[in-house]
Ligand binder design. Structure first.
Ligand code: ME8
Length: 498
């Protein structure tokens, strides 16, 4: 069976990862874990985009003349960051690796043979921040609307890709495959762009001191986006391991921010059609978030380091916050104040308190033993939960879980187990079973989003960790918590900070 193949963008190494990069990567990690938990083979790709002028400038700024040394050092920082944040990627691509370079050269040669590359003169405004030529609609008062810097006027002879030739085919594909670009607002944006604005694109730079040379004219370096997009192929064996490549490609999901949707939904599919490869199934663009209402960035000095936050509050709390707070696909805002509110309210007083209460009462009134199974008194949540995750509505998926936690809290308050312990042991056992089994169900559901917390609760419930157990289809059935199992309360899951 074909593995579920999911990718994040490969990030530039001109700086360290900030919380915006962690956002995309956590979302992709959640989906990778979601499918693994459901028994699918998954290939989850991350990486670094290294042949970029931005990286050269960053190296120079640090006084580093050896660009390769600089990107080696920075790529390691990105890899270490993802490792320390528990990202479960299977592949980490680097675009300065010999395999990637070789495959990019081979693919460019194929596009050339297809007659899709021609020599021309480019005159226009280039923004190094975007690594893109800008059009009028990208400018505000003469500055790049994203980077707020004046673009560089460039006039040079270079090579063009016949992107406009693919207009009709791209539009047909988008129409025939409603899932290809999501959410729908982005799909409409792209359809409009492809139909009205998309033009041939220059895919080489004349004087680039850094980059992969064009095989047919080595005085020119291949444009960083043309090179970077190909990572999604080279990361799974294109040009080096055909068997692996055939098994894995096409990607099931490219996860990107809305800033780079045009590259992924116009240039990239056109390149693939040009060389006769199938297109990715789905590209999903999430929104951008600000920090305390301000655009996040190095120059603004407000880019937030995800590792520092995770160290203080825990990785799972950060994952929870980002995926719960900002509806995936929409823009949002990050503030420490909101983060603390959700930490206290949803995690410490919500999930953490629910788990602690149920486990403590079982210890206290039932000697820590799971009572007899009670048949399902509540509606099955799984279908709604799975639907939400599969449409990448992570906030909705989490809201459903927290509604269930709220129902359980109300059950505790109305049944008052501490009274039942003295008056009605049978009823007490029934109530506690329902609560314990709900806690188990909720933990199984939470695993892709908050893996560590989920494992901790499952361990306290005396059941197996996710990866060591039977398939989820069996585990998720109500009544899986076996009578007699010993449970323990354990430490506080989300300690309060003040
Ligand atoms: O564009 N909010 O790399 P990049 C949400 N190398 N997400 C954000 C964000 C924010 N404020 N800031 C950044 C590149 N991101 C290319 C990609 S892929 C073939 C090449 C995330 O380092 C979001 O995923 O500039 C965005 O698309 C990405 O970082 C841009 O990362």
């Amino acid at each position: 069976m074909k593995p579920f193949y999911i990718t994040t963008p490969i990030y530039y190494v001109n700086g360290r990862p900030h919380i915006g990069h962690a956002y995309t990567t956590f979302a992709a990690d959640t989906l990778a874990r979601y499918w693994r938990q459901r028994g699918h083979e998954v290939v989850f790709l991350c990486g670094t985009d290294e042949n970029s002028q931005k990286n050269v400038e960053a190296a120079h700024k640090e006084g580093e003349r050896d660009i390769q040394k600089f990107v080696d050092r920075m790529s390691a920082v990105w890899q270490e960051t993802w490792d320390s944040l528990g990202i479960s990627h299977d592949v980490f691509v680097r675009t300065t690796s010999p395999e990637h370079k070789k495959a990019v050269t081979a693919l460019a040669a194929k596009v050339w043979e297809a007659g899709d590359i021609y020599k021309g003169v480019y005159e226009g405004l280039y923004c190094v921040g975007c690594e893109a030529f800008l059009t009028d609609s990208d400018l505000e008062n003469g500055l790049c609307s994203i980077h707020r810097l004046p673009p560089k006027p460039i006039k040079e002879e270079n090579y063009f890709f016949r992107l406009s030739k693919y207009r009709g085919r791209l539009l047909d594909h988008i129409e025939a495959h409603p899932k290809f670009i999501q959410p729908e607002s982005r799909r409409n944006e792209l359809t409009h762009y492809i139909a009205n604005a998309m033009a041939d694109i220059s895919i080489t730079r004349q004087s680039a001191e850094w980059g992969i040379p064009l095989p047919q004219d080595s005085s020119q370096a291949i444009y960083v986006w043309f090179d970077a997009l190909i990572n999604y192929l080279t990361g799974v064996g294109y040009g080096s391991d055909e068997k692996r490549f055939k098994k894995t490609w096409p990607a099931d999901l490219h996860l990107v921010g809305k800033d780079i949707i045009k590259f992924h939904c116009a240039l990239w599919p056109a390149m693939l059609i040009s060389v006769g490869l199938p297109l990715p199934e789905r590209v999903f663009a999430h929104g951008y978030f600000t920090v305390n209402g301000q655009k996040m960035g190095k120059s603004a000095g407000n880019d937030i380091d995800p590792t520092a936050l995770a160290k203080e509050w825990g990785i799972d709390a950060l994952r929870y916050f980002l995926l719960r707070e900002i509806p995936f696909g929409e823009d949002g805002d990050f503030s420490l104040e909101r983060f603390k509110e959700r930490y206290e309210g949803d995690l410490a007083n919500g999930l953490g308190n629910f788990a602690a209460r149920v486990l403590a009462m079982t210890e206290k009134y039932l000697d820590g033993r799971v009572p007899e199974v009670v048949s399902a008194p509540v509606e099955d949540l799984w279908t709604a939960f799975n639907d939400a995750v599969e449409k990448l509505a992570f906030d909705e998926a989490l809201r459903l879980i927290w509604l269930r936690i709220g129902e359980c809290d109300r059950l505790i308050n109305t049944e008052e187990p501490w009274v039942l312990a003295k008056t009605d042991k049978t009823r007490l056992e029934r109530v506690l079973y329902i609560l314990l089994e709900n806690l188990r169900q909720v933990s199984l559901m939470l695993w892709p989003i908050m893996p560590e917390t989920s494992e901790q609760i499952l361990a306290r419930l005396g059941v197996l960790a996710i990866e060591k157990s039977e398939p989820l289809s069996e585990r998720r059935v109500w009544g899986g918590l076996k009578p007699g199992t010993k449970v323990k309360k354990g430490d506080i899951l989300f300690p309060k900070k003040s």
